[in-house]
Design a binder for this molecule. Structure first.
Ligand code: IMP
Length: 428
């Protein structure tokens, strides 16, 4: 099967941007299946940093087409800003971009409500990205949403009325805000329509056509499986399905269209926003991970919480998402550590050790760590497993063995070249 799903196995920020860009050189089509501009996929090419929130991060590979599929939410302004940056750099996206008509549009009131609602939660706030994701998905499921395809509907204006009949009382009565007017939204949406019309098409059909022709399709994950709305650390989650299961439903294709699944994890762990993070580090260690790993959100600039790799949570993520191979990213960030901690189990209340835990289980117990001596040799110039310092290689092999998944790729730096490809990786 000539398709690959690339998913994050942690709480997002696993370095998907770099890996998507690198892998995309081998693919004909890259499709995003869920989420929206809460994602920030960072790609470095020739010393230039690109951050993609809306456009699939494979776009810098000139041969690839990119698609934004039905399960995504789209903030038009963010898309247009990304297009303008591509225009300025002379990157053609016009002939290579597809936006599904079923994609829901993020409107100004979504961003307003996102912020107001999270603030109103007080101590229980989720720490949302503030990009309007939750309110947009909420209105989608409440059947008030406006989709890309609605821009072409004669009843667009009526749909806006129905939406405002629901939204304005909330804005006025709950949050003491000014109501939105129909005409302003309609005018904005008609401008959006003018710009995106040439790009609108059925992403499911295109994926199926590509696969039928034996072309290679990459399903580009966003966020991470521990943030899944159903299977993550609810309520501290996003509003979509970042795992493998979100791909067929997010595009509208058969689950059997997914060939291989590559799961990404950092060599350590990070989390933005609130919510449980059992292996979170403190003090000097956390500060060192943050500084060396440059752990600040690509979307929001927020400081990421940092800690150690959590094998029991990864086992859950791998098992429940059918992961075939592993990509370990940011190994080089650990180069300077004297001691690296690895969470190998959780001690339950009865004293037994759990090898796998669920992100939503508040009674999973306490992390049990093993301390590993660091390798203290730079790895960023290494291009093969054999060249790695023994202790770094042993760390990776241990992770792969414990998780019972072959290691496919290792990333040791932000540059495309800083990638170690293992013999088992099927898309060389
Ligand atoms: P939302 O997706 O903006 O609603 O945010 C919900 C939670 O998911 C918050 O804790 C965010 O920090 C987190 N989150 C959403 N998208 C990402 C991402 O791309 N990387 C890391 N965390 C994310």
């Amino acid at each position: 099967m000539s398709s690959l799903a690339l998913i994050g196995l942690q709480w997002g920020d696993e370095g998907k941007g770099k890996m998507v860009d690198w892998i995309s050189a081998r693919f004909d089509l890259a499709v995003r299946c869920q989420g929206g501009p809460n994602a920030g996929h960072t790609v470095w090419v020739n010393g230039k940093r690109w951050i993609f929130h809306q456009i699939p991060a494979g776009i810098l590979n000139p041969q690839i087409k990119v698609g934004i599929a039905a399960g995504c939410v789209l903030h038009p302004q963010t898309l247009f800003e990304e297009w303008e940056k591509l225009d300025a750099a002379g990157v053609d996206y016009q002939s290579r971009t597809l936006i599904d008509p079923r994609v829901h549009l993020i409107l100004p009131h979504h961003r307003l409500l996102d912020r107001l609602r999270d603030e109103a939660r007080g101590k229980a706030k989720i720490g949302v990205t503030g990009r309007g994701i939750g309110p947009c998905y909420q209105e989608k499921y409440a059947r008030y949403g406006i989709r890309v395809g609605d821009l072409f509907s004669p009843s667009l204006s009526d749909r806006i009325d129905v939406l405002l009949g629901y939204v304005n009382p909330i804005l006025e009565k709950v949050f003491d805000q000014e109501p939105f007017g129909r005409q302003g939204i309609l005018d904005d949406l008609l401008r959006v329509k003018d710009r995106i019309t040439p790009f609108v098409g059925d992403a499911a059909e295109v994926v199926e056509e590509y696969l039928a022709q034996g072309k290679k399709v990459l399903f580009e994950g966003a966020q991470g499986v521990l943030l899944d709305i159903d299977h993550g650390s609810y309520p501290y989650v996003t509003s979509s399905h970042p795992g493998t299961g979100g791909i067929p439903s997010g595009i509208g294709i058969s689950p059997k269209s997914i060939g291989e699944v590559i799961g990404l994890t950092k060599a350590y762990a990070t989390r933005v926003g609130t919510g449980p993070f059992p292996t979170e580090a403190t003090g000097e260690v956390e500060a060192q991970l943050q500084k060396i790993g440059n752990e600040f959100g690509a979307s929001t600039g927020r400081r990421r919480r940092c800690g150690w790799l959590d094998l029991p949570l990864l086992r859950y993520a791998i098992r429940s998402n059918g992961v075939d191979g592993l990509a370990v990213t940011k190994l080089d960030v650990l180069d300077d550590f004297d001691v690296i901690k690895l969470c190998i189990g959780y001690r339950r209340a009865d004293g037994s050790i759990a090898k796998e835990i669920k992100p939503w289980d508040e009674n999973a117990g306490e992390p049990v760590y093993e301390e590993i001596e660091g390798w203290r040799v730079p790895t960023d110039g290494v291009r093969s497993l054999e060249e790695l310092p023994d202790r770094a290689r042993a760390y990776l092999e241990r992770i792969s063995r414990e998780l019972d998944v072959p290691l496919w790729l290792v990333s040791v730096g932000q540059d495309r070249k800083a990638t170690i490809v293992l013999p088992d990786f099927p898309f060389k």
